[in-house]
Ligand binder design. Structure first.
Ligand code: B12
Length: 212
């Protein structure tokens, strides 16, 4: 698996979209590697490595964009191949909080929920709190999952939780994303149903909370 990640990372850095996809499909999927492992151990892990290289100034922002665009393409392509449990009839709304531009994690977590039989509305990056509140009011999901990467977006998370609670007091809310590894404990005073680190934990919690 680590060799696949290294080769995928090399293809990302070279900007080679075809090779990146070939690796994930021919060397991953078709060789029986579970999609969950391709997502977490190859794509997520490569994205984290891209972040490290960027932080150390060994790659530019342009190279990070190139690499991330490849992972977005890969997720779109793999989406068609997701093995799906039968529908459990529960709707999860997944959104990044206002200002939050990191959407790959929320997207991946959405794919994991779909594999587990949830019906997912993925709203993507930087959703204005007003409009999130409005959509929750209009569509009333069974679970709202909010994603935060940058700790300076935690106030936006708090605002989103408060606003949504005001219109849907009984709605289950899950929060997660990288911000919680840097600011642990924040979830306690938000009084949310769940907070977790990765897509697998979210699926397990969603099943438990919603009783499916
Ligand atoms: C790609 C990227 C970007 C892209 C994002 C593009 C996009 N369309 O998403 C862009 C260029 C926009 C960006 C911008 C910035 N970035 Co950036 N970015 C990254 C990078 C390299 C990869 C992110 C990624 O794709 N991760 C892969 C996904 C799959 O992982 P994940 O997000 O952790 O998601 C998983 C879990 O967290 C969890 N999860 C996610 N959501 C949820 C929700 C729930 C409810 C649950 C339970 C779980 C869950 O499940 C997911 C799947 O397992 C990271 C490096 C890193 N370590 O993550 C830096 C990183 C996060 N960025 C960083 C920084 C500093 C920034 C900027 C401030 C840079 C700048 N000076 O402008 C801006 C901030 C933008 C903003 N306003 O939000 C730093 C943060 C450091 C810190 N401690 O604060 C990092 C760590 C890079 C680094 N090493 O320095 N970035």
């Amino acid at each position: 698996m680590s060799s696949l990640r290294e080769r995928y990372l090399a293809a990302q850095l070279a900007g080679d979209r075809r090779e990146a996809l070939r690796l994930l499909v021919d060397e991953g999927l078709l060789r029986g590697i579970p999609l969950q492992d391709i997502h977490l151990k190859v794509i997520q892990s490569a994205q984290y490595e891209i972040g490290r290289l960027w932080q150390e100034n060994r790659i530019s922002v342009a190279q990070e964009h190139l690499a991330t665009a490849i992972s977005q393409l890969a997720l779109s392509h793999l989406y068609r191949h997701l093995p799906r449990d039968p529908s459990n009839g529960k709707v999860v709304m997944m959104s990044c909080v206002e200002g939050e531009l990191h959407e790959v994690g929320a997207r991946m977590a959405s794919d994991f929920l779909e594999m587990a039989g949830f019906d997912v509305r993925f709203l993507g990056a930087n959703v204005p709190t007003d409009h999130l509140e409005r959509m929750v009011r209009e569509q009333t999901p069974d679970l709202l999952a909010l994603s935060v990467t940058m700790t300076y977006h935690l106030p936006a998370l708090r605002a989103a939780v408060d606003r949504v609670r005001a219109v849907a007091p009984r709605l289950h809310i899950a929060v997660g994303g990288l911000a919680f590894t840097w600011a642990s404990g924040v979830e306690n005073d938000l009084n949310v149903s769940f907070h977790g680190r990765d897509a697998r934990e979210l699926v397990a919690a969603a099943c438990r909370i919603l009783g499916v």
